[in-house]
Design a protein around this ligand. Structure first.
Ligand code: ATP
Ligand code: FE
Length: 337
């Protein structure tokens, strides 16, 4: 079965072709560098760029996969969550394609796709804790099965990727900031003891995060100009990773789970990967580097899993949405198949 995956939830336009027998046949990602001068994503520009890029990206994805549109069996797209005017571009394209080639359409949740990107390497046994660390999300989810999710906790303010980007902007390092901070930190030392927000929180907030205070502390330190960028980057990254892993391990304990799947752009972080490799008794998984940030392959694969479960497509009036927590998505789907 050939599945087309479309991703347009933020600033990357991506189309991929997944073959259930041969795996990923193509995965074309067009990143929008137009946002560099703003130090963040400018929604209207993002939507215009998606409109401009979509057909060339689709064309290249089909060519790379050596197939034609008529070979596609199922069309899938990210329907939520994300920038609504960006999502609508990919979703409208997916609906038009599905209608014109008369093939089923399958909606995908963006965070679900980040998590299941890990399965493109190898199937992972359930249950597991998903640690989602991306540009817009920082969440702990107990994944009991495909479409059976328990939301454990998440950030009360900034997402981890967002903080990486804002700290990088304060150091004039460009956008996105995560990869640059990662590289700088490799030559720095953790000399500054930044706060580990909510790390020892008890009660109902014990699995929640808060990163805006840490962000402010780091930006203040940058402005003081005492320490090198490398040391600030290493110290900042250390504070983030210690907090993330403490709560992830607490969640493993609480739910008696021995597997953790890391997902989203920040899962590319080299220090995070190094730290999890030192933890004994828990299996950690993270995607290959090209599947950490937004891509169509993770969407195509998750759509394939969904189609295999329902054995049919979804109604064309299923709409894109800016917000939807992952555990509420399966419920939403129910009325549309
Ligand atoms: P969301 O998935 O929540 O909708 P998004 O799609 O914009 O948000 P992703 O594409 O998953 O986010 O990830 C992008 C984020 O990952 C950016 O904030 C970027 O700085 C961060 N990132 C990428 N590589 C690294 C790295 N090596 N270390 C830390 N952060 C990184
Ligand atoms: Fe993403």
């Amino acid at each position: 079965m050939i599945v087309l995956g479309i991703e347009s939830s933020c600033d990357d336009t991506s189309v991929a072709v997944y073959d259930s027998e041969r795996g990923i046949l193509s995965n074309v990602v067009s990143s929008q560098f137009i946002h560099l001068e703003f130090g963040g994503v400018y929604p209207e520009l993002a939507a215009r760029e998606h409109t401009k890029n979509f057909l060339p990206v689709l064309d290249k994805a089909l060519k790379d996969a050596k197939i034609s549109l008529n070979d596609v069996d199922v069309v899938t797209a990210t329907f939520m969550p994300g920038l609504i005017i960006s999502l609508v571009v990919g979703v409208s394209a997916a609906k038009s394609l599905s209608f014109s080639i008369n093939k089923p359409i399958v909606p995908v949740h963006h965070i679900e796709a980040h998590i299941f990107a890990n399965f493109l390497v190898k199937e992972i046994e359930y249950p597991f804790i998903a640690l989602v660390v991306s540009g817009g999300h920082t969440e702990l989810i107990l994944v009991k099965d495909f479409e059976d999710y328990l939301y454990i906790g998440g950030t009360l303010d900034d997402a981890v990727g967002e903080v990486f980007d804002k700290v990088a902007r304060a150091m004039d390092l460009g956008f996105p900031g995560g990869p640059v901070i990662d590289r700088l930190a490799q030559n720095g030392k953790e000399v500054i003891k930044f706060p580990r927000p909510m790390i020892n929180e008890k009660g109902e907030n014990r699995f929640n995060f808060s990163f805006s205070g840490l962000k402010t502390a780091v930006i203040k330190e940058i402005r003081k100009g005492i320490h090198t960028k490398e040391d600030i980057a290493a110290s900042f990254q250390g504070a983030i990773i210690e907090t993330l892993l403490k709560k992830t391990l607490d969640a493993c304990n609480e739910f008696n789970v021995k597997r953790v799947v890391i997902a989203g752009g920040v899962s590319a972080n080299s220090k995070l990967r190094e730290e999890v490799s030192k933890i004994k008794g828990i299996e950690f998984y993270y995607p290959p580097l090209n599947l950490c940030t937004d891509n169509g392959a993770m969407v195509a694969f998750t759509g394939f899993k969904r189609f295999s479960k329902y054995k049919k497509g979804f109604k064309l009036d299923f709409e894109a949405k800016a917000k939807c927590r992952i555990d509420r998505f399966p419920q939403l789907l129910r009325d549309f198949h």
